[in-house]
Design a protein around this ligand. Structure first.
Ligand code: RP5
Length: 169
């Protein structure tokens, strides 16, 4: 049994630049995670085992990122009762295929699909889920939201002050 709460998985190490943003958020909140490269196409046996054993290994949420046909998030969800959050990876030059692949899960197996490359929000959603049963984390998350609120208000004051009196042509 692992002591990690979140599993971050991705189809290729080429997804790491995006997926490491989820890890950074979890680091900030001091939420334990493991990070793995597991491919639905190239290592389907590993994917199936990882997903089937994730809950008994102590994981509570899985964040799965993949590009291209992007089967990893949906197939992982199909092998676990844990909430799975998909991050469709969009590289330069690729289209929206990963987003469509993830967001069009047929009814019966839910997949919480983030925007393309939305790894930060994937981590925040995972934190919201864990915070339902974790008061310490819930407090940290509330503080984070408060800080964000104050920051936008400060920016609002600054921008409205700087632009006072400017007339549009
Ligand atoms: C997917 O194919 C991966 O998730 C990655 O986004 C994409 C390309 O993989 P590489 O060819 O860079 O390994 O399976």
């Amino acid at each position: 049994m692992s002591n990690k709460r979140i599993g971050i998985i991705m189809g290729s190490d080429s997804d790491l630049a995006v997926m490491s943003e989820a890890a950074q958020i979890l680091d900030e909140f001091k939420v334990s995670y493991e990070i793995r490269v597991i491919s639905a196409h190239r290592t389907p046996d590993v994917m199936m085992r990882y997903a089937s054993e994730a809950k008994s290994n102590g994981l509570q949420v899985i964040i799965a990122g993949a590009g291209g046909s992007a089967h990893l998030p949906g197939m992982t969800a199909s092998h676990t009762p844990l909430p799975v959050i998909a991050v469709p990876i969009k590289g330069t030059g690729s289209g929206h295929e990963a987003l469509w692949s993830n967001i069009k899960m047929p009814a019966g197996v839910p997949l919480a699909t983030m925007p393309e490359n939305g790894a930060k929000n994937a981590a925040l959603l995972a934190i919201e889920i864990l915070a339902l049963q974790d008061q310490t984390l819930a407090k940290k998350y509330a503080d984070f939201r408060d800080k964000q609120h104050s920051k936008v208000q400060a920016l609002d004051s600054q921008v409205s002050k700087d632009w006072r009196g400017h007339l549009k042509a």
